[in-house]
Design a protein around this ligand. Structure first.
Ligand code: SF4
Ligand code: SF4
Length: 88
């Protein structure tokens, strides 16, 4: 798989902050179910899904937990899992 560079704007700390701080649920990819169709990568509004060495990775610093990737995944390979409260 070749890597594709797309323009993406991300908020910086001090302006809007990292959008991952908004998240109540996090997407978890089941790689056994994933068909590598890349729909999650296309639909993610935060460009928080990346391909590293052929593997889909969610950047939790910027994933805001909207669940669009899970809704669009045709294989049902993405589960939205409740975030644990750290108490910090
Ligand atoms: S939950 Fe939303 S922001 Fe996070 S990876 Fe999926 S589509 Fe992107
Ligand atoms: S949308 Fe689902 S099947 Fe397609 S690449 Fe993403 S996780 Fe894999």
């Amino acid at each position: 798989m070749t890597s594709v560079i797309i323009p993406a704007a991300r908020p910086a700390i001090g302006s809007a902050g990292k959008t991952g701080l908004w998240r109540l649920r996090r997407p978890v990819i089941n790689y056994d179910k994933c068909r590598r169709c890349m729909l999650c990568w296309m639909y993610c509004p935060e460009a928080a899904i990346e391909v590293r060495e052929g593997v889909l990775i969610v950047d939790y610093d910027y994933c805001k937990g909207c669940g669009i990737c899970a809704s669009e995944c045709p294989a049902g390979a993405i589960s939205m899992v409740k975030e644990e409260v750290s108490g910090k």
